[in-house]
Design a protein around this ligand. Structure first.
Ligand code: NAP
Length: 307
């Protein structure tokens, strides 16, 4: 029988990805939504999760698509009601908050899945396999996109708990931490913050690992035209380019792996597997890099940002 699923926060990602992915997976059935201002045609709608759970107590699973700072209290509410919980990325505001949530959910005996959709991009696993046994010399990440195109009117991303350019940048870090063989530490960072906003519009970071591999990261939200979502890796005497957000892998300029976008289908398949095995998946390593970068960074004031 399909898991009766509720979606919370009916915005861009809920509509673009979660609803189609749930519809495409027979193990899930969308039975209700909770959103302050939005509804999905034909699906019972509530203004908040508390009233959803009161009116639709048969819900098995709650998927939270709200901004990161709005998720923790709903995740606790859902777990207390005996529901499995899926979190959009980044899973919360700080690593400590999510760790505390994870132990609460564990005590409730349900599954918590802190999802990282970019890890499911078509060429990520092939890149990780290609790197096995190789000496990684250097990594360079360029994650540049136009915030006005990709996040139109989303003011929450500019609030202190909204992550700014790290909202997309953490996707690159989620791939990096999935493919890189060792933990990474932030050596230095600099943030460029518009004078009328609280979060960065651009960031640079240098990371290193225990073997001396250096990773440079350049994030920019004012890149007009096509986005650049590239991870370039020098390993042994070869160069790998994982591009298009992880969808294509080129080795020395030749494409060796690519595939259609089924990141969210893969996330819901993984969620079903976690629920069936009674386990959780909460990896905070991408979030720790962001928190550490924020802690050590130099700040530079950038011109005001207006939509
Ligand atoms: P969004 O379009 O702003 O949608 C989020 C929805 O959450 C809002 O429409 C709003 O609906 C609800 N909400 C509840 N509390 C809120 C609050 N305090 N502030 C603002 N909205 C609140 O954002 P999104 O792009 O879907 O992103 C949501 C999450 O998905 C983010 O963590 C983001 O990183 C992740 N994500 C986004 C994308 C993308 O392409 N946009 C891709 C992958 C992952 P109501 O007003 O109806 O309550």
């Amino acid at each position: 029988m399909a898991l009766k699923t509720a979606l919370v926060g009916i915005g861009k990602i809920a509509r673009d990805q979660h609803i189609p992915a749930i519809e495409a997976n027979a193990e899930f059935e969308l039975v209700a939504t909770a959103s302050r201002n939005a509804e999905v045609e034909g699906i019972p709608a509530f203004r908040n999760l508390a009233s959803l759970l009161e009116n639709v107590p048969e819900v098995d699973c709650v998927s939270l698509c709200t901004p990161p700072s709005a998720r923790e209290s709903d995740a606790r509410l859902a777990a207390e009601a005996g529901c499995h919980v899926m979190l959009e990325k980044p899973p919360g505001t700080t690593p400590a908050e999510v760790l505390d949530l994870a132990s609460f959910v564990e005590r409730s005996g349900v599954t918590l899945f802190a999802s990282w959709h970019s890890r499911e991009a078509a060429a990520v696993r092939a890149t990780r396999d290609w790197l096995k046994g190789k000496l990684v010399r250097e990594v360079r990440i360029d994650w540049k996109e136009d915030v006005r195109f990709w996040h139109p009117g989303q003011d929450w991303i500019w609030q202190a708990d909204g992550f700014g350019v790290f909202d997309p940048g953490i996707n690159a870090l989620s791939i990096l931490t999935a493919i890189h063989p060792r933990p990474l530490v932030v050596s230095e960072a600099s943030l460029s913050i518009p004078e009328n906003r609280d979060t960065p519009v651009a960031a640079q970071m240098l990371l290193h690992d225990s073997e001396g591999t250096k990773v440079s990261v350049e994030l920019d939200w004012l890149e007009e035209g096509s986005p650049q979502w590239d991870i370039r890796i020098l390993a042994d005497d070869k160069e790998a380019l994982l591009c298009d957000g992880g969808a294509r892998l080129l080795i020395d300029g030749e494409e060796t792996e690519s595939g259609p976008d089924r990141e969210y289908q893969a996330l819901y398949e993984r969620l079903a597997g976690l629920i069936a095995s009674g386990s959780s998946d909460v990896d905070l390593s991408p979030m720790r890099i962001v928190s550490d970068a924020m802690a050590v960074a130099d700040h530079e004031v950038a011109p005001p940002f207006e939509w």
